[in-house]
Structures are given as structure tokens and as C-alpha cells.
Design a binder for this molecule. Sequence first.
Ligand SMILES: *[C@@H]1O[C@H](CO)[C@@H](O)[C@H](O)[C@H]1NC(C)=O
Ligand SMILES: *[C@@H]1O[C@H](CO)[C@@H](O)[C@H](O)[C@H]1NC(C)=O
Ligand SMILES: *[C@@H]1O[C@H](CO)[C@@H](O)[C@H](O)[C@H]1NC(C)=O
Length: 374
Amino acid sequence: MDGVPWWLLLLLPLLDISAATTEPCELDSDDTHCACNFSDPQPDWSSAFQCISAVNVEIRGGGRSLEHFLKRVDIDADPRQYIDMVKALRLRRLTIGAARVPALLLFGSLRVLGYSRLKELTLEDLEVIGTTPPLPGGGPVLGLSALHLRNVSWTIGGAWLVELQRWLKPGLKVLKIAQAHSLDFSCDQVLTFSALTTLDLSDNPGLGKRGLIAALCPHKFPALQDLALRNAGIQTPNDVCSALATAGVQPHRLDLSHNSMLATAKPANPGCVWPSALNALDLSFAGLEQVPKGLPAKLSMLSLSCNRLNREPRPDELPKVGNLSLDGNPFLVSGNSNPRSTVPSGVVPACAHSPLAVGMSGTLALLQGARSFV
Ligand SMILES: *[C@@H]1O[C@H](CO)[C@@H](O)[C@H](O)[C@H]1NC(C)=O
Ligand SMILES: *[C@@H]1O[C@H](CO)[C@@H](O)[C@H](O)[C@H]1NC(C)=O
Ligand SMILES: *[C@@H]1O[C@H](CO)[C@@H](O)[C@H](O)[C@H]1NC(C)=O
């Protein structure tokens, strides 16, 4: 197997060809979507060849370690010899998941994918081990517009963002980081995300106010328009207000839904001024029994849907709002005091089936509760 270009492992796996019983990869009929799940103990890696024409490719490693590949492939192969082939790929979106992967292998693959037209990269359920290789001579390689990470752990801890960012050309517009193991970035080394308009830190229930302040590196997100913090351990809107003020972040839209907000709205910290650009705020599924104090004075959209408001908010309790949503609050539902109701008290049935409905934001919180972010 000597001389096999080592990066092909993730993109076009060639090795370990063996008699497998099930076909790990499936390509849809219009050659757009191809998904591989190498969960078999003796997977037929060559099956991934059928993904070569696909636009969206998902490769999942069945939770196995890819460390042994490092010994069997040519780490120093010059990727330029494959340029024409990689350039011809239709690949736009790639998901790599469910594996323990050496950073050398992962970053080496990114280097080669830099020659492709890949726009969106998703890393999911990955354990990235070891140190990252040095950046190739020509500088950043990967021109992504969106990068999504879910449940990715790194041996290098909170330095992962700095390392990964060095490989990205400027121009990343969307960054989503869920179920993170470390969001405690070394902010002084993080470069400015000059084109980033969407930052989504949802599904990090251990984040909270302190974690948010650590993750929102000051003045590194000058173009931010959308900030999503669903299920992120946020206790009051005011916590977010102060984190935004500290970081100098000026989002236009802020999603704080699916957090268990404190039932009693404490008077707001008088020092906190919301960004003037903020015009939409989502506070749905937040367990609110009353409208929190200290909201922005004026908004074009405010959602308080699926909370526990027992009476209609008075105008003086609300910001000036163009579009106010109050659906799914108890005061709008007749007969909500039914003692035999199977939904938790105060939760309107129409709102109860969200997996993260108030009072049941469970699974992720249980899985992640012990992790600390700061
Ligand atoms: C991959 O296969 C395993 C075992 O069959 C299964 O448990 C898992 O859900 C599959 N993953 C995906 C994304 O289909
Ligand atoms: C997170 O990823 C690891 C592999 O790195 C996996 O073992 C674990 O089951 C994943 N957790 C969840 C909640 O999917
Ligand atoms: C108000 O916001 C809701 C939810 O975003 C949207 O569906 C609706 O069209 C908006 N209404 C107006 C008048 O803008």
C-alpha cells in the first residue's frame, strides 16, 4: 500500500478492500447526495468511490480509530499531483463523522480539499488526536463559507479554533459549534472573522454567561448579524447583553430560545445597553412566567411563544415591537388547568413536543452537564 496518497482515505477510501456483507455507501438517483457509514467491522472502503460524482458527501467511520492509516500512507505526498482530479469533483458539502482521527490526517485532507470547490464542512462526533501539522507554505488553503462542528473533541483543547482558523481563507460566513468540549479560546491568537455573519453556539448547555464571555472573543466578529444561543445555559437576557457589550458584538438577530430562563425576572443590570443594531429577539421555549426586564427598548420582532405567561403582558412590560408572537402561552389557552393533562403544568400542549421544551431540555444537559467551559 506504500505510496497511496494518504489523504484519499477520507475522500476516496482505497484501502482495506475486503469482502463486506453490506454496502456502506449509498448514492441517490440524481447523483447529488452520497452517504457512507463504515460501521461494519471489516468495512469495504472502496465503496466510497461511488461518491466521487456527488455534491453532498457524508462519511461516517462507525466510531473507529483511523490512527493505523497514518502508518500505511504517504504523509509527504505532494497533493499538487492530484490537483486536476480534485478540481473536477462536484463536491460542495462534506460531512466527516464518527471516528477517532489523527490531526495530521484531518488537516492533510483539508489541505487537499483546498483544491476542490468545497463550501461547507461538517465535523461530527470526532475525536481529533495529536498535534496539528504546520501550515503549508502557501498560507491558508480552504475557502469555506460554512463550518459546522458537533461533538468534536481535540487533544489541543481550546487552541483548536486558532489552529483550524489558520487553514481557512478569510470569507467564512457561518460558524456553528455544538456540543463543544472546549469553547475557551485563546482570543489573543484568534484572527478576526471578517466575513462571519452567523455564529451559532446552540446546544452547548454548559456555556452560560461566563462561557459566552470566553467564547465571544472581543472584536473578532465585526460582521456578525445572527447570533444563536439556543439551549446554551443562558439564564437571563441580561447575561447575554453584558457578554455582547464586553465583546463589542453587534448582532441584528439574537436567538435565545430553548434556554431555561430564571422564573423571576430580576431587575436588569442598569449598566447594560443592548447593541443598537439588534432588531429581532427570540425568547420562545424559555420557561418565562413574566416578560424579563431590561429588554431592548425597540424591536421589529420579539417572540415570547411557548412560555408560561399566565396573563397577557401589559404594553409597559414590553419593548416597542413590530411583530410580537405570544402563541402557546397558558393565558391564550382555555382549559389549561386540566389536572389530568399529560404535559408538564404550565406547558401548552402545542409547545410540548419540542425535545427541548421547557423543563425537559434534558438529554444534552445530562450529557454535557459535567463539562466546564472556562
Ligand atoms: C451507521 O451505522 C450504525 C450501525 O448500523 C448505526 O447505528 C448508525 O445509526 C448509522 N449512522 C448513520 C448516520 O446512519
Ligand atoms: C461524541 O463523539 C464521541 C466520539 O468522539 C462518541 O463516542 C460519542 O458517543 C458522541 N456523543 C454524542 C452525544 O453523540
Ligand atoms: C411575524 O413573525 C413571524 C415569525 O417570524 C412571521 O411568521 C410573520 O410573518 C411575521 N409577521 C409580520 C407581519 O411580519
